[in-house]
Design a protein around this ligand. Structure first.
Ligand SMILES: [Ca+2]
Length: 109
């Protein structure tokens, strides 16, 4: 396969594999323990329920938009993570927006 086609193939593969999914990481720069979660329709306490409560320090959204919140049921302070101008925090370091080790729930944008 030509390099461009190979790159396109893997880009599509990643997009399909992670459609609706994201990874949370225990440490900054996408390091340490991680969990894969689904972007819910509405609100989900999956961050807490999958034993990652108040632990997340970075994220990979795979170009998608989602909102993390500090308390269960999408209460407390919420921070939007997107690939656009409305992004509210550094994906590789939640400390940049004083959101380190705080996330407990997630909702769609
Ligand atoms: Ca952490």
């Amino acid at each position: 396969m030509k390099p461009v086609l190979t790159l396109l193939f893997f880009t599509i593969l990643v997009a399909v594999t992670y459609a609706g999914r994201f990874h949370l990481y225990e440490n900054i720069d996408q390091q340490g323990n991680r969990i894969a979660l689904d972007i819910p329709q509405g609100c989900s306490n999956s961050v807490r329920d999958y034993h990652f409560n108040d632990m997340a320090s970075s994220i990979n959204t795979y170009g998608q938009c989602l909102i993390l919140c500090a308390d269960a049921n999408c209460q407390g302070r919420c921070v939007k993570f997107s690939a656009g101008n409305d992004n509210q925090c550094q994906h590789s370091n939640f400390g940049a927006c004083q959101f380190n080790d705080q996330a407990s729930s997630v909702k769609n944008c």
